[in-house]
Ligand binder design. Structure first.
Ligand code: ADP
Ligand code: CA
Length: 420
């Protein structure tokens, strides 16, 4: 029986999907998680259940000490664990990406430097170290500019600004977001880059011995012009002309090569305009949230199963699923507040083409849209004969959902004496 170490984030969306795939394939899972290092030991959990995924060197030492070898692969369920998974694979001599390559693509500044060096289309960018006054960079900036945290995801800490005043506000805001979300915020600083106009696409792919296979190319039909960049619709297959789709595949494949990524899942985002294909991001992981479920029918298996099979299979995988179009909507968060519940779930689920609605927040949970929030409200899935029909089904279903989100603090009522 194959044995795989799985890095399970405590707040992961896909832990169950990975565990179900392992069960189906008869793969033994050794679980490692990032439960809080103080409660975990008092709950009687083993040291590998209290790993700091964001301290890969130290976490790798703990894993190696506790479980030794005897593994066939190390996999991370999501972005938080990819560096640690790569480092462990490297140290154990298992297949995977070089840790240094994974680290580089996760750092938005280092990745831009790489793209510029290797002559990709690349926006102008500047590093803004912590404590440095952004006014120093004013003479060099051409608006619109995008201010970003260095290694967050899901558009957290990403803001477009059109003038100096907005820039000053955004810098403070993004600095605050990053220092709450990343322990290394002080050392990282921010990145500012020029805004690339155009339409956006996402490529879900898989690398095997350095060769990229595109599993799906998604159109993102809602314009992403900012100032905040909430993800909404992903529709596949893409409606772009074949030649342009090939071009996207080639650019992403080249970016993986120059970055040194050679194995496992890839999620890339690109913008396309008159000048060509601009790589926004290449991540050594699969698509986030529950979005991967949109591909189950076209892959003929879950994305998690495909990822697992790839590390345990002796032969190359053949993918044989159904044709047709599919789409997923990451349900936009209408406002910041406490989620109380929703209406219209049955009505949304009954829309022709809609295959499921998954609500992933719990009543009582605080939610916020980007650039602050890090939680999804939920997902709507659709399948249809054409991409346009899949998109329409998602839009109709979404209109039927009504979320009850209330302010965190009830508005103060003025004292009686002041009321007239
Ligand atoms: P994250 O890792 O949080 O997804 P990204 O760098 O991918 O961060 O940015 C999130 C979104 O912000 C992108 O999908 C895109 O819509 C927008 N964006 C980021 N950088 C730029 C840019 N330079 N020009 C235009 N849009 C951008
Ligand atoms: Ca992104």
């Amino acid at each position: 029986m194959k044995r795989v170490l799985l890095l399970l984030p405590t707040t992961g969306y896909r832990n169950e999907d990975f565990l179900a795939a392992a069960k189906k394939l008869g793969v033994e899972i050794v679980a490692a998680a990032n439960y809080c290092h103080q409660p975990a030991p008092s709950w009687g959990l083993a040291p590998i259940m209290a790993l700091h995924f964001d301290r890969p060197e130290q976490a790798a030492d703990t894993v190696l000490r506790e479980i030794g070898g005897n593994l066939d692969a190390v996999l991370a369920v999501d972005d938080s664990g990819v560096e640690l998974a790569a480092l462990l694979s490297e140290r154990l001599g298992l297949p995977g990406n070089p840790a240094q390559a994974v680290r580089r693509v996760r750092d938005k500044l280092a990745f831009r430097q790489l793209l510029r060096e290797r002559e990709f289309l690349c926006p102008e960018f500047h590093h803004l170290p912590t404590g440095e006054d952004p006014r120093k960079l004013f003479p060099e900036l051409k608006f619109p500019v995008v201010v970003k945290a260095r290694r967050l995801s899901a558009s957290r800490g990403v803001i477009r600004v059109d003038d100096f005043e907005e820039l000053m506000r955004a810098v403070n805001w993004v600095r605050a977001i990053q220092s709450r979300a990343d322990r290394d915020a002080r050392d990282l600083g921010l990145i500012m880059e020029s805004f690339i106009p155009g339409s956006e696409y996402a490529l879900e792919g898989s690398l095997e011995r350095g060769e990229l296979t595109t599993l799906a190319l998604f159109d993102k039909p809602d314009p992403m012009d900012g100032p905040h960049f909430e993800e909404t619709l992903y529709i596949t297959p893409s409606r772009l002309p074949e030649a342009l789709q090939d071009c996207i595949h080639e650019e992403v494949a080249r970016a993986c090569r120059v970055a040194g990524l050679a194995a496992g899942p890839v999620h890339a985002e690109v913008r396309v305009n008159d000048q060509g294909v601009w790589i926004l991001e290449v991540a050594a992981r699969s698509i986030g949230g529950l979005c991967g479920r949109v591909l189950t029918r076209s892959l003929g298996m879950s994305l998690e199963e495909l990822i697992l099979r790839q590390v345990v299979a002796e032969e190359p995988l053949t993918i044989a699923g159904e044709g047709g179009a599919a789409g997923v909507m990451m349900i936009p968060i209408p406002r910041r507040g406490i989620y109380h519940g929703l209406e219209g779930l049955d009505a949304a689920q009954s829309v022709s083409g809609v295959t499921g609605v998954a609500i992933t927040v719990e009543p009582g949970q605080i939610i916020a849209p980007p650039p602050d929030g890090a939680t999804y409200l939920g997902f709507i899935f659709a399948r249809a004969a054409s991409p346009a029909d899949a998109e329409m089904a998602l839009r109709i279903a979404h209109r039927r959902l009504h979320f009850d989100i209330r302010p965190e603090y009830p508005a103060m009522e003025a004292p009686a004496a002041e009321r007239h």
